[in-house]
Ligand binder design. Structure first.
Ligand code: GRF
Length: 202
């Protein structure tokens, strides 16, 4: 099977991006990561891209006069990289409708909670405040609603007495670093089929 071309969108630290880079380097994912795209010129993910020899495109959100103009530049950067899959790995903005429609079924996201619970920002804090005993992470395809697209993989993490936001986030992150590469691998092996809201894994 031909290797797929993937690109990662990340806004910050990029530990999930690093997990993807390493899984590719170890031959676990039949793909080449051809680009990092970031909205944040200070993202540590850029350093990780450099170290791995992956070209980084910086589309600095703050340099655009409007969200629409930023989205337009992002869309054109996404079209130019010509990939099979975009991976949102800590990309901290909501993708606009035109982008989501242009790449339907070709964008996946990692979220640090068991969706559909605790969408949006600070999912780990939301889980603690709610008092759930189990949280986790979810990899899903991106559709036009926030954190709402068809679910590919989920991992459970037990919430422990004495957890604070950082401790819980750290334990969930360990699972994210396995779950995201796994989902990308399944996609690249052409084993995912979207059937309504359900993702079938073959
Ligand atoms: C992760 O918890 C991810 O689930 C969330 O943002 C965080 C990004 O972490 N969307 P990193 O940049 O991959 O280290």
């Amino acid at each position: 099977m031909m290797k797929k071309r993937i690109a990662v969108l990340a806004s910050g630290r990029g530990s999930n991006f690093q997990a993807v880079i390493e899984a590719i380097q170890k031959g676990k994912i039949p793909a080449t990561c051809v680009a990092l795209i970031t909205d944040n010129p200070d993202a540590y993910a850029i350093e990780r891209a450099k170290n791995a020899g992956i070209p980084a495109t910086i589309i600095d959100y703050s340099s655009f006069p409007s969200r629409e103009m930023y989205e337009c530049a992002l869309l054109s950067a996404m079209q130019q990289v010509n990939v099979d899959l975009f991976v949102l790995a800590g990309y901290m903005r909501i993708l606009g409708t035109s982008i989501v429609r242009s790449f339907s079924g070709k964008i996946m996201n990692i979220h640090p909670a068991l969706l559909p619970s605790f969408t949006g920002l600070h999912a780990q804090r939301q889980a603690l405040n709610y008092g759930v005993k189990v949280s986790g992470c979810t990899v899903h395809f991106v559709d036009e609603s926030l954190d709402c697209g068809p679910i590919i993989l989920q991992r459970c993490v037990t919430v422990l007495d004495g957890d604070d936001e950082d401790l819980l986030a750290e334990r969930i992150l360990e699972h994210e670093h396995e779950c995201l590469p796994d989902a990308i691998r399944l996609f690249c092996e052409e084993r995912l089929v979207i059937d309504g809201r359900t993702v079938r894994i073959f």
